[in-house]
Write a protein that binds this ligand. Structure first.
Ligand code: GCU
Length: 361
């Protein structure tokens, strides 16, 4: 983890808009935690129990946190004499990139990372970052639930020190802006739009005509508020849970990506589990997936309602086709640069034939 002091003000996701701390203070706090052994290179033990640490970047009311808390309860109920689970929300353990690195080294045991971030650790994750990969959310869910498609990818990072154990729904990503309604790719011209830190996302923005500004999730609110960027792209929960709807008043359902979040675990930790323990952990991973997806559907409805009625966000429903036409060359570009993902891509196209394309809802 980078603990060097960065003096920009940052907003901790999930905290009220007024809640600010200086990142340098935050880093100092992290340094204390490191020296207390939280982020060291050895795994945590409490008395004779192993502490299992899980980090993520969402707030305490987000579906991800609710699901991981259920996981904590489940593991402690079934294996409480051996394991104590601690869940750290709100980037308490750093950005997603930091947390993936901590998981790789075993300083923490699990974290939730966007598939977009994982692309920089293993190129094959590019596949799920492709814009307009799925015709609709049913095709997306069916593909992500098909172990024949995901297993190869999920185990592909073992040499890098981690394994993906399940996926979490992060909905559909759409553009939202402070003051320019986006109804057509041409509207993005000249706008600085925050994207996740992945080459695929930067290229997608280039094709759509906007100016990509990659940055970590925790920095987006301040960047919007201080007009460093003109907008961003994400699911509806970013408007409410992260307060982006306090600043951005237009949310356009162009539906350019369905990028899953992935729960990854340190490979050494997972390998240290006995067969029986592993089975119980696997049950726990399934529970995370089930609970998060159930909570997701509810949370999106609530977020839309709150964004519209309390934050005054206007929802727009542009025609998808011009956005699709602009982005599609990215598919062939990525496939020709990385032919290894072609079989998965073809399998996804086969799923797509079974579902119907729809415009924003
Ligand atoms: C979503 C996603 C996060 C991701 C964030 C982002 O909220 O669930 O995993 O970090 O988007 O745009 O960075």
């Amino acid at each position: 983890m980078k603990l060097d002091s960065i003096t920009v003000k940052c907003r901790i996701p999930g905290y009220p808009a007024g809640h600010r701390i200086r990142r340098s203070i935050w880093c100092a706090f992290m340094a204390v935690m490191v020296s207390a052994g939280l982020c060291g290179c050895s795994r945590g033990f409490a008395a004779d129990k192993t502490i299992v640490r899980i980090g993520h970047n969402q707030s305490g009311s987000h579906p991800t946190h609710i699901a991981l808390t259920a996981f904590e309860e489940f593991i402690e109920e079934r294996l409480g004499s051996r394991y104590e689970v601690e869940v750290y929300p709100s980037e308490l353990l750093g950005s997603q990139t930091d947390m993936v690195q901590l998981t790789q080294t075993g300083a923490i045991d699990f974290c939730v990372a966007s598939n977009a971030i994982l692309e920089t650790f293993n190129r094959n994750y590019e596949i799920f970052n492709l814009p307009y990969l799925f015709v609709n959310d049913e095709a997306y869910h069916a593909v992500m639930d098909d172990a024949d498609i995901t297993d190869g990818l999920f185990k592909d990072t073992v040499r890098a020190g981690f394994e993906a154990v399940t996926w979490l729904d992060a909905g559909t990503r759409n553009f939202y802006t402070v003051s320019v309604p986006v109804e057509h790719p041409a509207d993005l011209k000249g706008l600085k739009i925050r994207v996740q830190q992945s080459p695929t996302n930067v290229e997608m923005m280039r094709l759509l005509g906007g100016s990509a500004t990659p940055m970590g999730f925790g920095d987006v609110y301040t960047a919007l508020q201080s007009k460093i960027i003109d907008g961003a792209e994400n699911n509806e929960l970013a408007l409410t849970n992260n307060g982006h709807g306090d600043v951005c008043k237009y949310y356009s359902y162009d539906m350019h990506q369905m990028v899953p979040d992935i729960l990854i675990g340190n490979y050494e930790f997972l390998s240290s589990l006995s067969d029986t323990e592993r089975e119980i952990f696997e049950e726990g991973f399934k529970l995370v997936n089930e609970i998060e997806r159930r909570e997701w559907t509810r949370a999106v409805e609530e977020a839309k309602d709150r964004a519209r009625t309390v934050q005054g966000v206007e929802f727009l429903y542009p025609k998808k086709q011009p956005f699709i036409d602009a982005c599609l060359p990215l598919h062939e570009k990525i496939l020709s640069e990385n032919p290894e993902i072609r079989p998965v891509y073809d399998a996804i196209q086969e799923y797509n034939t079974r579902y119907e394309e729809k415009d924003g809802e």
